[in-house]
Design a protein around this ligand. Structure first.
Ligand SMILES: NC(=O)c1ccc[n+]([C@@H]2O[C@H](COP(=O)([O-])OP(=O)(O)OC[C@H]3O[C@@H](n4cnc5c(N)ncnc54)[C@H](O)[C@@H]3O)[C@@H](O)[C@H]2O)c1
Length: 337
């Protein structure tokens, strides 16, 4: 299999997870170009991958010699333009979630990728996690009957970075943290929401509130699905105590629990009756294997032309959910989809 030569656009937290995987872990791939407008960030990435060409401008990086595929891990507001540029150049695309800020942008990205005939995968890595996959298999078996109530909790450990404070440029934590939860609801129910209602409040992020009065750091959203399932997403950022990603799927004939806020799912009770354990510190550790599996899958899709397991259509549906949640928060009313 010829090596898939990758250009990383955005060398921050998520970008460097992908870069390291493609650089030295995933067979059949290599990093040949890096792009980031912040000189120190670009220099740090280039020190790790000295053989890759480094660019401040992503357009030059995409056009660099030998690039076959583009991995996009910039703030969400830039995703659309970078995908359009990569598609115009005929490069395969792995784009981090959330796919874009709104549904029309997602549609434009899908049209461009379809016209170019490229692989276009979205970074919902939970779909590659063993626990989430097992839950999907249990639902597929039909033994549990219909999904009745489905809940997903997504709480980030630290406060959202400043680029996430302006809802107009990021859609806030429902997009940055909880679009994973919305995607999980869509995937596990296999259905579409017909009505969304949400409540939100800013408890902790006073510095964000000063600049952006509509910013919130806690959100609960309810979803009514076409197949009658009722969904709940609760999100917090910063949670402070650790990274907390859990799901509960109540079916007619059983209930599925996925995940734990306890590291490795372990809790100790001592002979003195004291309960001890450690919290999961980060999404990087909890979903380490899932990030790797999604990277391997992207390389396989590019090599074989197979459709990705997480498609741009999945990305669009999650963005539609995000937009509906924010509209409900803004208007105080349920949103019909
Ligand atoms: N799948 C996941 O679990 C996961 C986890 C974290 C972040 N993400 C997603 O990854 C994306 C980036 O998030 P992050 O936390 O890594 O952010 P970050 O701020 O750590 O990194 C973003 C990087 O993009 C760079 N950048 C900004 N504009 C750019 C441009 N025009 N061209 C190239 N680079 C540019 C910034 O300088 C920065 O280095 C977001 O879409 C986020 O939602 C996904």
């Amino acid at each position: 299999m010829p090596e898939l030569r990758i250009c990383i656009v955005g060398c921050g937290r998520a970008g460097m997870i992908h870069a390291r995987h493609f650089h030295s872990v995933v067979p059949g791939a290599g990093v040949v170009a890096l792009a980031d407008p912040v000189p120190e960030t670009l220099a740090a990435a280039a020190r790790e991958m000295p053989a890759a060409a480094a660019f401040a401008d992503y357009r030059q990086a995409i056009a660099a010699k030998g690039v076959d595929a583009v991995v996009i891990a910039t703030p969400t507001v830039f995703h659309k333009d970078i995908v359009l540029a990569a598609a115009a150049a005929g490069k395969h695309v792995f784009c981090e979630k959330p796919m874009a800020l709104n549904v029309p942008d997602c549609e434009a990205m899908i049209r461009a990728a379809d016209a170019a005939g490229i692989v276009f995968q979205i970074g919902f890595m939970r779909r590659f996690d063993a626990g989430f996959q097992r839950a999907r298999e249990l639902l597929d078996s039909g033994d549990l009957g219909r999904v009745m109530i489905i809940k997903s909790t997504g709480r980030g450990p630290g406060g959202p970075g400043p680029w996430m404070w302006d809802l107009a440029k990021s859609n806030g934590i429902i997009a940055e943290v909880n679009s994973h939860d919305i995607d999980s609801l869509l995937w596990m129910t296999g259905s579409r929401p017909t009505r969304v209602y949400a409540e939100a409040h800013n408890f902790k992020m006073t510095e964000a509130r000063t600049q952006f009065p509509d910013f919130y750091d806690n959100v609960v959203a309810t979803f009514r699905f076409e197949n009658d399932a009722i969904g709940v997403v609760d999100g917090t950022c910063p949670a402070g105590y650790g990274y907390d990603a859990r799901m509960e799927i109540l079916c007619e004939k059983g209930v599925i629990f996925i995940g734990s806020a306890k590291q490795h799912g372990v809790e100790l009770i001592t002979i003195e009756g004291e309960v001890r354990g450690r919290a999961v510190p980060s999404w990087r550790t909890l979903f380490r294997d899932a990030y790797l599996a999604e990277a391997r899958d992207f390389v396989e899709c590019a090599a074989t032309g197979r459709a990705p397991r997480v498609t741009s259509r999945d990305g669009l549906l999650a963005v539609a959910g995000v937009v509906a949640v924010n509209e409900s928060i803004r208007t105080g009313q349920p949103v019909t989809l």
